[in-house]
Write a protein that binds this ligand. Sequence first.
Ligand SMILES: [Zn+2]
Length: 178
Amino acid sequence: MTNQNILLKFTAKNDFRFHLEHICKNGNYLYATDGAICVRMADDGSEPTPLQGDVHTEKLSKYIDDWLEKESENQNLSPLVFDVPRRVECLNCDEDGLIHEGDRCYTCGDCDGSKLVYPERAQSLCGKNFQTKYIAKLSKLPNIKFGLSQNCGRDGMAYFTFDGGQGVLMHTGRTAYC
Ligand SMILES: [Zn+2]
């Protein structure tokens, strides 16, 4: 799997903001975010460069770089253990994983079009709740390590690293989520 293939899993779906829907490049790095999770990987030049971003991309990448710079000293990370036994049928979308509203048709954000959702929508890790769909995606990354942010200044934000990249994830901000 290429870096860009990995990053595409973390871009926003059905969001009209360019910098959230696309992988963006700034300097030597590629970035993906949907607003709740941000992932950065090096651009090794082995794939065609994605679309150059706009002014928001530049701002966003500086923001993420700043976070990751501070967190790079964070030694308090552990391998991410995730054990979800099952997924259930999504009730929000049709057989294609699509939602139809009048003339508009878009990919279901709950299941990303897979038609399957995790019944437990949040996972408790390090004493905070994080959306299961993100933890599931992160658990597939090679050598994923995860812990609470030490330096981001936002209570309960997580910091993670994996082979070839790193990122931050917002918690759900709730003690219970269903
Ligand atoms: Zn769905």
